[in-house]
Design a protein around this ligand. Structure first.
Ligand SMILES: [Zn+2]
Length: 253
């Protein structure tokens, strides 16, 4: 690929490297290379004869963003993918062959040995393997959302006020333990959303006489500043965080 890095500034390039492991739904018709980045952003690259002509992304930035750069890093690592999509005729022939009988008799050892060898010369296979078997250990975002919901439900409003005594300990634990775990796994958007879900409910009712609340606010600010610096968020999310931060900054030193 030609010098694609010239289209991006250094900060974008540095952030984008990690997205090369977050590529899905690859498709290439010999002209437009399409993929989903971070399970969310649709990126299109116009590539012909290994030259990059144009690119676009569905994110707010639209172009020269980290998602495009992440996809280009991915292609830099696995350039064979472009060829694989172009050479479909051979793949078509093979797809008609039935190997189920052969799979029944092959030993685990032989299979593992074969895979190891294939991974070396076929990065796309290795990529698919990693994606398939690593995905099971990835974060289950629904579980985190459910956990927070149940904490907030237990501390639900009574006579117009949240029962902070019911949620103080689990909420503090959630902010101190679960959020950094998500950040460690690069789940920035989910961490950001959950932190603001917590903060939003305190907008009108702040328990300034409660130590747990101070602690929650302190960690919120720490993590949110980190996320703002390292992640990319939509306008709506940024407005939420500005509102929450202004309340906290007025009152927590
Ligand atoms: Zn983008």
């Amino acid at each position: 690929m030609n010098c694609w890095k010239n289209n991006f500034n250094e900060k974008t390039l540095n952030q984008a490297i990690k997205y090369k492991n977050n590529i899905e739904n690859i498709n290439y018709d010999g002209y437009t290379f399409r993929a989903t980045v971070k399970s969310k952003f649709s990126v299109e690259l116009i590539i012909q004869d290994n030259l990059l002509f144009d690119m676009s992304c569905s994110c707010a930035k639209k172009s020269s963003c980290t998602h495009e750069a992440g996809l280009l890093y991915f292609l830099e690592e696995f350039p064979e993918i472009l060829e694989d999509f172009t050479n479909v005729t051979e793949a078509d022939k093979i797809s008609d062959l039935d190997v189920s009988d052969d799979l029944k008799v092959i030993s685990d050892t032989k299979l593992k040995k074969f895979l190891k060898k294939e991974f070396k010369k076929n990065p796309k296979l290795k990529y698919n393997f990693i994606k398939q078997f690593k995905s099971e250990s990835l974060i289950d975002s629904k579980a985190y959302e459910k956990k927070l919901k149940s904490i907030l439900r237990n501390g639900g409003k009574e006579m117009g006020f949240y029962k902070l005594h019911n949620m103080r300990t689990p909420l503090k634990k959630f902010v101190k333990k679960d959020i950094p775990l998500l950040i460690q796994q690069n789940e920035y958007e989910l961490a950001f959303k959950l932190l603001n879900d917590i903060m939003d409910i305190f907008n009108d009712q702040i328990y300034w006489d409660d130590d747990a609340w101070y602690e929650i606010a302190y960690y919120y600010r720490e993590y949110v500043y980190f996320l703002l610096e390292n992640g990319e968020f939509g306008e709506h999310d940024k407005m939420r965080v500005q509102r929450n931060l202004s309340i906290i900054n007025d009152l927590v030193i």
